[in-house]
Design a protein around this ligand. Structure first.
Ligand SMILES: [Zn+2]
Ligand SMILES: [Zn+2]
Length: 399
């Protein structure tokens, strides 16, 4: 059974590669991915699946009902690309200006379609249901949350007992290595928006104005100090002021300074603490300068938290299928974030990274996800489809 799934996956790997490259050539961004949805529906055509498509987004939800009753497992693949102009020089590079599958979601889509094929052919011996969640809008907008609101978790009639998502990496992880950890797998990523309100004037007479720029500069440096003085090094936060805008000319004091800050955290406690401390710090520094500031946190994706039992299921599957050297228990969470977090808030599961570093490239230095030069080796597709399939089979067999 174990090797049978893998050999079946290898047998369809040419088709999976073709699907992946077709999606790669024609990347689409955001919630509206009609061409990608078309390709997914074509790949699922003829399989014994109940298929529904999204209303607010071009999602595809496919349900496979096993011949025997049982529990439900959810498998997820995201489908959206990024606003990046591809510079890989690949034969199947993006043909759409300003759009690229730079995060490997084209591989996720192909692997999930592969798992749908492999599991469909096992329908007669399957006890329970599998939900295949083909999701737009991961990079921005939280498509997973929209699919949840449109009912993906209830698509089979009973809530999934486990949910799994795979994510490829073009570097850092060597090719074919699966990686996960218990608990926090990815950060929560929130945005802090700040406006320091001053009073404009002539640059030669700053005492007759209220200059927001020095106060805003203090806020930037104080936020960096906050990281080291207020937070445990073993439960850290990341604060980056990515945008700082004020003023128009050297001799004009502006009315306002605007900052946008990404704030990442790895525990609910640190997330709450950093929000509280950062807001207070911004307001009090402005006030110390005789100014005022408005500051607001805009919630981004929450923590992606893996269930230790489901990580153990994945580790066992990888070890038995591919060998123990193929599974890495990563000591550290990833500082990126994921909207699969919304699924894992409701269903125990695991989000697993998969190395797809191309041959000849050094994982330590190869361009990482989101880079215009990032290359993902699609030789990994059969293995990825195998693991998704096995996770569903093993989880349903466990009852
Ligand atoms: Zn991404
Ligand atoms: Zn991604």
């Amino acid at each position: 059974m174990v090797t049978e799934v893998h050999s079946d996956a290898v047998a369809i790997s040419a088709e999976l590669t073709e699907l992946r490259r077709a999606i790669h050539r024609e990347p689409e961004i955001g919630f509206e991915l009609p061409r990608t949805q078309e390709k997914v529906l074509a790949a699922l055509d003829g399989l014994p699946l109940e298929i529904t498509t999204g209303r607010a987004l071009t999602s595809v939800t496919a349900v496979l009902r096993g011949a025997r009753p049982g529990q439900t497992v959810l498998l997820r693949g995201d489908m959206d690309a990024l606003p990046v102009t591809e510079r890989t020089g690949l034969a199947y590079a993006s043909q759409v200006d300003g759009a690229m599958h730079a995060c490997g979601h084209d591989l996720h889509t192909a692997m999930l379609a592969g798992a749908a094929r492999l599991l469909s052919s096992r329908q007669p011996e399957l006890s329970g249901n599998v939900i295949f969640m083909f999701q737009p809008g991961e990079e921005e907008g939280g498509g997973a949350r929209v699919m949840i609101s449109e009912g993906v978790l209830d698509a089979a009639g009973s809530r999934p007992v486990a949910a799994f998502g795979l994510h490829v990496a073009s570097s850092l992880l060597p090719f074919g290595i699966y990686s996960a950890r218990d608990g926090t797998m990815l950060a929560a990523a929130d945005t802090l928006e700040i406006t320091v309100h001053g009073r404009g004037g002539h640059g030669s007479q700053p005492h007759r104005a209220d200059d927001p720029i020095p106060a805003a500069c203090h806020i930037v440096t104080a936020l960096q100090t906050l990281v080291t003085r207020r937070f445990d090094v073993f439960d850290p936060v990341v604060i980056t002021v990515g945008s700082f805008h004020a003023g128009t000319a050297s001799n004009v004091i502006p009315d306002e300074a605007e900052l946008a800050v990404t704030v990442r955290s790895f525990s609910p406690a640190a997330r709450a603490a950093v929000q509280d401390a950062a807001l207070r710090l911004v307001r009090d520094i402005a006030s110390a300068h005789g100014l005022s500031a408005t500051a607001e946190f805009v919630d981004g994706y929450p923590l992606t938290v893996n269930n230790s039992g489901e990580v153990a299921v994945a580790e066992r599957a990888v070890t038995e299928l591919f060998g123990s050297q193929r599974f890495l228990r990563t000591p550290d969470p990833i500082t990126g974030s994921e909207d699969f977090s919304y699924v894992l808030e409701q269903v125990p599961g695991a989000f697993i990274m998969l190395g797809a570093c191309p041959p000849g490239a050094d994982p330590a230095t190869a361009p990482f996800n989101h880079a215009a030069e990032a290359v993902f080796d699609d030789a990994v597709l059969a293995d990825g489809a195998t693991l998704l399939t096995e996770l569903a089979l093993r989880r349903l067999a466990a009852g």
